[in-house]
Design a protein around this ligand. Sequence first.
Ligand code: AMP
Length: 181
Amino acid sequence: MEPVTLAEIRAAIRAIPDYPKPGIIFRDITTLLGDARAFRGVIDQLVEPWTGSAVAHVAGIEARGFILGGALAHQLRAGFVPIRKKGKLPHATVRVAYSLEYGLDEMEMHRDAVRPGERIILVDDLIATGGTATAAVKLLRSLGAQVVAACFIVDLPELKGSARLAELEVPVRALVSFEGH
Ligand code: AMP
């Protein structure tokens, strides 16, 4: 079978204008997840640079990062670590606050989920301002983990999130980018 092209991946992502509010184009990946060829192609392409290299865990950001993270972890023979909104994890956690467009939120992960020096790949569906992903990097680094890369299907470069991660010296892998918000 021919490998999935980036044009096919772009076409498999549904754009919902003015959701959740006017001026935002929501990039809905449920259409991509429902397309067997596109879903498999995205997972294959996201992990491609690390095939055969030692990655201890894939850390996925709630909630769409869980779907991708499980598949990536399977492919890399790595474990999976969930990074969740506060109050959802049952054991002892580390927590970080991060800013949203209006106000603050907090995310957390289990304190014993990763070990110092472990090589981790972070994943979410999309990077916009990078607030979510940079907070996740801080959490992982607070436990001594080495974030070898942050992976996304979609980058919105105008919002400069990937540049923020690059400033933190986290290599960013994004398959497609869209203009605007
Ligand atoms: P940010 O912290 O600004 O980088 O936002 C990233 C998070 O918000 C990710 O978990 C995305 O799923 C979600 N998100 C932000 N903007 C969009 C968008 N235009 N379409 C879909 N999801 C988005």
